[in-house]
Write a protein that binds this ligand. Structure first.
Ligand code: ZN
Length: 444
């Protein structure tokens, strides 16, 4: 047992002064006043810090981190057809490992302790997914491997390596979940790619698989206006209405993006108990639009946050997404009170944990010891009297002093502790040098 003392600890939905988080292995045993640590428990004093729950990233594509900068400032079709599809064809297992280690290392340095990797470079198997798993283990981050179902006959020009039959995808999902069952840092969840890449039948198979093992099911939904039009042409209705009509709008469903939803569709999502992963940074970066977050929350829809793929944001910080979620809601509704800092903070921590069904996201007895220490002497958290709001509205990465996952410190002062940075940079250079010159437009 170890008691970690901080000047402030966020517990029970508020900050308490002079507390110690008592950690037993990978779990939080209790939160006690700093002067009441049980006798015989070692105390580690983290100093003048605010200890908050580790942030939860509910949506990303780690390998895309390698493409950062090559796809910037392009319309979506060119982003996809000139960079995402052709570049992803050439990634071997080693490159996939490198992309994942890159994204996960950036994430832990930014205070993310749980990350979803919505992964689809399957090559008809699970070997590449295991490279992602290895990267997570090496960095020390908690991983949700959202194993994608991408139909072999989907009417897209996506690479063959994404594609499988839904039955194969389901069998491989179960095999991977079984293989990783005993790893406390890993969870495997099914993820039919989208309505353009997975048929209603595939989504049904994935939802049943999710239900049978008690996990949620991730699906890109209504991200961009063009996608709504495609669904309308193909199925004669809008994305959410299609899911409703087919009986696929369920409590397991995590709808990623959900930008283009009208009032009735929001009501359908709320009535079904389905949840939304809001990705404000990526939606802005790709020109998708702004999801109707306050309207979702008013209806009681559960919402978590995600930065999305590395080349569609281009950041790995959930603190950043909290700020963007709040700012975009205010700008869109021309209302400075549209989404406050405490709400945004909850979306990036406890609410995200709830979506993923993981015992993380808050500092209380029985939860995993996933903690972030914020340096209260950092200028970006001044004035001290308002530091609680500044975590969302003003904080810079310089304030992120320590990041702990499952009782182990995995990043300190912006540096991952378990990976050699120079070695990782060299690996990234090795993979990405092949694309040098492909993106002269990117010169500034
Ligand atoms: Zn995505």
């Amino acid at each position: 047992m170890l008691a970690i003392r901080g000047a402030h600890v966020f517990t029970d939905g508020r900050f308490a002064e002079e507390r110690a988080v008592v950690v037993d292995g990978d779990r939080i045993a209790s939160v006690v006043p700093a002067g009441e640590v049980p006798a015989g428990t070692a105390v580690e004093d983290w100093g003048d810090v605010a200890i908050v729950p580790g942030s939860v990233n509910c949506h990303g594509h780690a390998f895309q981190n390698l493409f950062k900068g090559f796809a910037d400032d392009l319309p979506f079709e060119r982003w996809r057809d000139e960079v995402l599809y052709p570049f992803s064809i050439g990634l071997d297992r080693d490159a996939i490992y490198t992309g994942a280690a890159f994204a996960f290392a950036e994430a832990v340095a930014a205070g993310v302790t749980t990350i979803v990797d919505f992964f689809y470079l399957h090559d008809e198997g699970n070997d590449t997914a295991l490279a992602v798993v290895q990267a997570a283990r090496d960095v020390g981050i908690r991983l949700v491997l959202a194993r994608t179902f991408y139909d072999r006959d989907a009417p897209t020009n996506a690479p063959a390596r994404y594609r499988e039959s839904p039955e194969d995808a389901r069998d491989r999902f179960f095999a991977l979940a079984e293989q990783l069952r005993d790893d406390p840092l890993l969870s495997v969840q099914p993820a039919p790619h989208s309505l353009h890449a997975a048929s209603p039948e595939t989504i049904r198979i994935a939802l049943e698989a999710a239900r049978s093992v008690g996990v949620p099911c991730h699906l890109h939904l209504a991200e961009a206006a063009y996608e709504v039009e495609q669904v309308r042409e193909r199925y004669g209705t809008t994305p959410v209405r299609l899911l409703h009509r087919e009986g696929l709008l369920t409590r397991e469903l995590l709808a990623v993006h959900a930008v283009w939803l009208d009032d009735e569709e929001l009501d359908l999502v709320a009535a079904a108990g389905a949840a939304v992963v809001h990705c404000p940074g990526a939606n802005a970066f790709l020109g998708d639009g702004i999801a109707r977050l306050p309207e979702m929350l008013r209806r009681g829809i559960r919402v978590g946050l995600g930065p999305d793929g590395g080349c569609a944001n281009n950041r790995q910080s959930i603190f950043e997404e909290m700020r963007l979620a709040s700012l975009f809601a205010k700008a869109r509704l021309t209302d400075g009170a549209a989404l406050d800092a405490p709400t945004a903070f909850r979306l990036g921590t406890a609410a995200g944990a709830d979506l993923l069904r993981l015992p993380v996201g808050s500092i209380e007895s029985g939860r995993k010891a996933d903690l972030v220490a914020l340096d209260l002497e950092d200028l970006s958290l001044q004035p001290r009297a308002t530091f609680e709001r500044q975590i969302v509205n003003s904080m810079q990465p310089t304030a992120i002093a320590k990041v702990m996952v499952a009782g182990e410190v995995v990043a300190e002062r912006g540096r991952p502790t378990r990976l050699d940075r120079a070695d990782l940079s060299e690996r990234i250079r090795h993979v990405t040098s092949r694309w040098k010159g492909r993106r002269q437009l990117g010169r500034v």
